[in-house]
Write a protein that binds this ligand. Structure first.
Ligand code: LRH
Ligand code: MN
Length: 399
């Protein structure tokens, strides 16, 4: 089939985009997770760091775009720096590199009233020691990003000084920043509420932006798509962070209500398309970007490896749809305020079925055309379920 010049240009643009699109997967996405109302155990779930690397390797074998695994320190390196050599061994054995290092400042009992924002200076010190350990773990593993989310906040008005907590956190993040190696970055993740339900110390992009700027030039903002109030224009926040050079990365997931951590594109695929459009426009207009694309989901009901493969494929497809927008033509229509024509061009790309193009790219790169079908044919999930089911038994109730 002879391709027209336009088709050829689109084909080249699509292949170039898919070649550059890598997405990091979370170790915790393979583990048995639940809600406060319970956890439905899956026989195939990963409960050791080795099993998480094995599952990540399977996802990368099938998709070719997930060479890095995000690690959550207390869950994956419970002994901190002492676990680094074991993780390096797993990296070699499974061909998967360690990705972002996620400190855990929300699990320990002493963090009841906060960690880096706790009124008790000794508790703040211990929290700071943990994040500084995470910086050292990142250096030892050659990971670039230390990705910080804090549950810190309060549940009742008048019970905490929000301004004192701002000052304590500014100080701690500055000390953390100053410990970073030249190639490391600190990503500051915001979240409006949960588990705190009156105030959260890093509640929105403005606060995260302030703390990142105050910490230093290697600190940036991380946008978790599930961490926004209903009706918030997330792609506008992304446009602002692109404009100010403060966009460090994403935690992709989907939601109907709050931080539901559902699989990407399952509720509002158009949301992710609108975000990718802002990024492609910025690149098209010459902005030098360094964005960490990461998945942050908890697969409470779907099969965990299946859900991860489905999510990666969906992310590729939405990234590709946004690449197809004719930016030159759109800029003209925006300039002439040709609203309907601009919207039809923009939305037209979203309506485009890019799955044949994505399949073609996979075949050209020696990858399974349909990763989900290849996973089913591989028998991988059935095999790990047999190997792991004895360890994956039912859990105790919430209360
Ligand atoms: C908090 C969050 C954070 C992770 C956790 C697993 O809601 O998004 O990024 O540490 O989920
Ligand atoms: Mn997150």
């Amino acid at each position: 089939m002879v391709m027209s010049h336009t088709d050829y240009a689109i084909h080249e643009r699509a292949f170039k985009a898919l070649d550059s699109f890598l997405i990091e997967i979370p170790s915790w996405g393979f583990a048995n997770t639940g809600t406060r109302f319970g956890k439905f155990v899956q026989a195939a779930a990963a409960s050791t760091i080795e099993e998480k690397f094995a599952d990540a390797a399977e996802v990368n074998r099938l998709t070719g775009v997930t060479p890095r695994l995000a690690l959550h320190v207390l869950w994956d390196l419970p002994n901190g720096l002492k676990d680094v050599s074991a993780v390096r061994e797993l990296e070699r054995r499974y061909g998967i590199r360690s990705g972002s290092i996620n400190p855990n400042l929300f699990q320990d009992q002493e963090y009841k009233f906060g960690s880096l924002c706790n009124p008790d200076a000794a508790i703040r010190e211990r929290a700071l020691a943990h994040v500084l350990d995470c910086v050292e773990i990142g250096k030892a593993l050659g990971s670039r990003d230390v990705s910080l989310w804090m549950a810190d906040g309060s549940n009742y008005p008048g019970t905490q000084s929000m301004r004192k907590r701002i000052a304590w956190l500014e100080q701690a993040l500055r000390e953390m920043h100053d410990r970073l190696a030249p190639n490391q970055r600190l990503l500051v993740e915001y979240k409006p509420f949960e588990p705190a339900f009156y105030h959260t110390d890093i509640a929105d992009w403005g606060m995260a932006n302030h703390f990142a700027r105050h910490a230093g030039p290697q600190a940036f903002v991380l946008v978790d798509t599930g961490h926004h109030y209903q009706g918030q224009n997330i792609e506008q926040i992304v446009a602002w962070l692109l404009h100010s050079g403060m966009l460090g990365g994403f935690h992709f997931n989907d939601r109907r209500y709050a931080d539901d951590d559902l699989t990407l594109g399952s509720i509002d695929p158009y949301q992710i398309f609108r975000i990718f459009h802002e990024i492609h426009c910025a690149q098209y207009e010459g902005l030098k970007l360094d964005i960490a694309y990461m998945i942050d989901q908890s697969h409470n009901l779907k099969g965990k490896v299946e859900a991860m493969v489905q999510t990666v494929v969906t992310a590729q497809e939405l990234y590709l749809k946004a690449v197809l927008v004719d930016r030159e033509r759109l800029a003209q229509l925006q300039q002439s305020c040709s609203l309907v024509a601009a919207e039809e061009l923009y939305r037209g790309a979203f309506w485009t079925d890019v799955r044949p193009l994505a399949r073609e790219w996979r075949e050209a790169r020696g990858l399974p055309a349909d990763p989900l079908a290849a996973l089913a044919e591989s028998g991988y999930v059935e095999r790990i379920a047999r190997e792991r089911e004895k360890r994956n038994t039912a859990v105790s109730s919430y209360a």
